[in-house]
Design a protein around this ligand. Structure first.
Ligand SMILES: [Zn+2]
Length: 139
C-alpha cells in the first residue's frame, strides 16, 4: 500500500471495479458516483494532475476515457455525458493522482452546470487570450 489510493488500485492492492485497462491507464467505477456508470480513468504512473503528465500521457489518458465513454453509451444509453478533470484543491480535486471522470447524464438527473454563463468583459478576454497565445508559443 502507498499513500495514494489510485496507485493502490493500479497495483491491485486496493479493491476497485475495473472496467478497462491498458499499458498506460486503468478505468474503474467511482465509489461516489454522480450517476450510475460514473467511471474514473487514471494513469498507471503516479502523476498529480494535468500539469504533471506529458502530452503523450495526456493522449493515452484521453484515448482511454474516450473508450470508456463509448462503452457507457453502448451499455447505458445515457442522454448525455460529462467529461471532467479537476486539478488542484481549488479546482475541486480531492484525490491527487490525475483522473478523468466520465459521468453519464440523464434528463432530469438534477445535476446542474458548475457555472452560469454570463458575458465576460471583451477587453479582459482579449488580454487573457494574448497572454495564453504567448505562453502557448513559448511552450
Ligand atoms: Zn497515485
Amino acid at each position: 500500500m502507498t499513500d495514494c489510493i489510485f496507485c493502490d488500485i493500479v497495483a491491485g492492492a486496493a479493491p476497485a471495479a475495473v472496467v478497462a485497462e491498458d499499458e498506460h491507464t486503468v478505468s474503474f467505477m467511482d465509489i461516489n458516483p454522480v450517476n450510475p456508470g460514473h467511471v474514473l480513468t487514471v494513469t498507471r504512473r503516479h502523476a498529480v494532475d494535468i500539469w504533471d503528465v506529458t502530452a503523450e500521457e495526456a493522449g493515452h489518458l484521453m484515448a482511454a476515457a474516450h473508450g470508456v465513454c463509448d462503452a457507457i453509451r453502448r451499455a447505458l444509453k445515457p442522454d448525455g455525458l460529462d467529461l471532467f478533470v479537476a486539478n488542484g484543491a481549488e479546482g475541486g480535486q480531492t484525490v491527487f493522482h490525475v483522473h478523468v471522470h466520465s459521468i453519464p447524464r440523464m434528463a432530469g438527473d438534477g445535476w446542474t452546470d458548475p457555472w452560469t454563463p454570463t458575458p465576460g468583459d471583451a477587453e479582459e478576454i482579449a488580454a487573457v487570450a494574448s497572454r495564453l497565445r504567448e505562453a502557448a508559443r513559448d511552450a
